[in-house]
Ligand binder design. Structure first.
Ligand code: ADP
Ligand code: MG
Length: 246
C-alpha cells in the first residue's frame, strides 16, 4: 500500500564549475509535509530541480521507490518559483489547470468528461471557480499561486513539489494553501515545499530539510530546528519564531 519514499544519495551540483550543492544524502517520506529551508542561495531550488532531473547533478540517481524519479515524472506535480513563470502567457485560469491533465489524456482529449470534472473540482478546492475564465496574468500573486496549486491537484500526482509558494501572498491565501498541503500529506502523498520564511508558518511542517550548500540536518521538525543547526545554516544571524525552537 501507499507510495514509496524518495531517496537522494550523494547528490552534488555545480553551475559552470561553481559548487551549489555538495554531497546531499537524505530521504523524503510520503504522508508527511516536508519543508526545505535555508538562506538565500543555499541551493534549495537547485536541490528540487536536481531531484526532478531538470538540471544535471552528480551522484546516484534519485530514486522514487525502486526506480529513478526522473523516469517517473508523470507522478510529479512541480510548481516553480513565481519568477520563473511567464505571466504574459495568454491562457485562462481554466486552461492552466487543464494543463495538469495533458499527461493523462493528451491534448486531443482535453475536453474529456473526467478531465473536465477534475479541473472543476480542483478550482473549487482552491476557491478559484469564479475566476475560471480570467487570463492568468490578470490575477493577484495569491490567486495565481492557487491556480497553480489547482493544476497540480488536477494532475492527480503522488509527489507535490512547490518552490516558495508563499512569497508575496496574504495570510488568508497562505492558510488555504497550507490546509490543502496538509490534506495531501494526510492522504498519503509526498509533499515537498521550499519555504524561505522561518516565521510561525514553519510549524505547519512535519519534517524539515535544512540546507546551506551542504545538508545541515533533515528529519522531524523539532529535531532539525535546534539552535546549533540554525546557527550553522544562517551563520548566527537567525531570527526565529521562538514558539517552536528547541
Ligand atoms: P536558493 O533557492 O536556496 O535561494 P538556488 O538553488 O537558486 O538557491 O541557488 C544556489 C546557488 O547557485 C546560488 O549561489 C545561485 O546564484 C547559483 N545558481 C542558481 N542557478 C544558477 C544558474 N542557472 N547558473 C549559475 N548559477 C546558478
Ligand atoms: Mg530558490
Amino acid at each position: 500500500m501507499g507510495i514509496p519514499e524518495i531517496t537522494v544519495n550523494n547528490i552534488s551540483v555545480q553551475y559552470r564549475g561553481v559548487e551549489a550543492l555538495r554531497d546531499i544524502t537524505l530521504e523524503i517520506k510520503p504522508g508527511r509535509l516536508t519543508g526545505i529551508i535555508g538562506p538565500n542561495g543555499a541551493g534549495k531550488s537547485t536541490l528540487m530541480k536536481a531531484m526532478l532531473g531538470l538540471i544535471p547533478a552528480t551522484g546516484d540517481p534519485v530514486f522514487y521507490g525502486s526506480q529513478p524519479l526522473s523516469q517517473q515524472r508523470q507522478r510529479v506535480a512541480y510548481v516553480p518559483q513565481r519568477s520563473q513563470i511567464d505571466w504574459t502567457y495568454p491562457a485562462t485560469v481554466w486552461d492552466v489547470v487543464m494543463m495538469g491533465r495533458i499527461r493523462k489524456t493528451g491534448w486531443f482529449r482535453r475536453f474529456s468528461t473526467v478531465s473536465h470534472r477534475r479541473v472543476a473540482e480542483a478550482l473549487e478546492r482552491v476557491g478559484m471557480t469564479a475566476y475560471k475564465n480570467r487570463p492568468i496574468g490578470q490575477l493577484s500573486g495569491g490567486q495565481q499561486q492557487r491556480v497553480f496549486l489547482a493544476r497540480s491537484l488536477a494532475q492527480e500526482a503522488e509527489i507535490f513539489c512547490f518552490d516558495e509558494p508563499f512569497v508575496g501572498i496574504d495570510q488568508k491565501t497562505e492558510n488555504i494553501i497550507f490546509k490543502i498541503f496538509r490534506d495531501l500529506a494526510d492522504s498519503g502523498k509526498l509533499v515537498l515545499v521550499i519555504n524561505h520564511d522561518l516565521g510561525e508558518s514553519i510549524t505547519n511542517f512535519d519534517d524539515i530539510i535544512l540546507l546551506n550548500k551542504e545538508l545541515i540536518a533533515a528529519g522531524r521538525r523539532q529535531q532539525v530546528l535546534q539552535e546549533e543547526n540554525l546557527n550553522q545554516a544562517y551563520g548566527g544571524k537567525v531570527m526565529f519564531f521562538s514558539g517552536n525552537a528547541a
